[in-house]
Design a protein around this ligand. Sequence first.
Ligand SMILES: N[C@@H](CCC(=O)N[C@@H](CS)C(=O)NCC(=O)O)C(=O)O
Length: 204
Amino acid sequence: MKLYSSIGPNPRLVRLFAAAKGVSLPLVEVDIMAGENRQPDFLKINPTGTTPVLELNDGTRIAETTAICEYLEEVCPEPVLIGNDAQSRANTRMWWRRIEQMIVQPMTTGFRGSEGLELFRNRVACYPEVSERYKQEARNGWLWLEAQLTDDSRYICAEHMTVTDIMLLCFADFGELVGQPLPAACTKLKNWLASMRAWAAQHE
Ligand SMILES: N[C@@H](CCC(=O)N[C@@H](CS)C(=O)NCC(=O)O)C(=O)O
């Protein structure tokens, strides 16, 4: 297997997910800043023009972080990062989706309409006129999530680390980098983030 990777939170999520499972993935670096991912050669690898892409030994290519993580979980079930039965998988997927919709999508849409506009304006639809509203929606998502946690919550949705923790770490770090840090009131999430950063530092 090999991973078409780049800077950015989505490839980082897959790299960390694989590292957590002890799966070593040779990387093919794609220069997304230079737009290599939007050129014909890469569009043959992934027609959406985005990273990451996992290439299997038989040449099969799997794109989309969700599909890649689900695949890795099936071929390498330990440690469990999604779930080991129908109920635990459903729980993780529910939180994964909530976080994607309530934090990740508004954060990235807000970014593409503002700080990321020059990079993205010729790649995807950008909405500069409402980018601040998207950023506010992402902040609301963080505040909502903060309210779901208890003082004892070590992880977002289970007693052990799941893909939602790794995804959220990647987007918390990305948000901080592009001027969308965790809202100050998210004290439980700040503690969670500190411990996730310590974990990631040992796996990158
Ligand atoms: N839905 C895709 C999103 C992938 C994505 O947006 N990747 C970013 C890197 S974090 C990318 O390729 N950006 C460059 C571009 O869109 O041109 C997934 O989950 O894998």
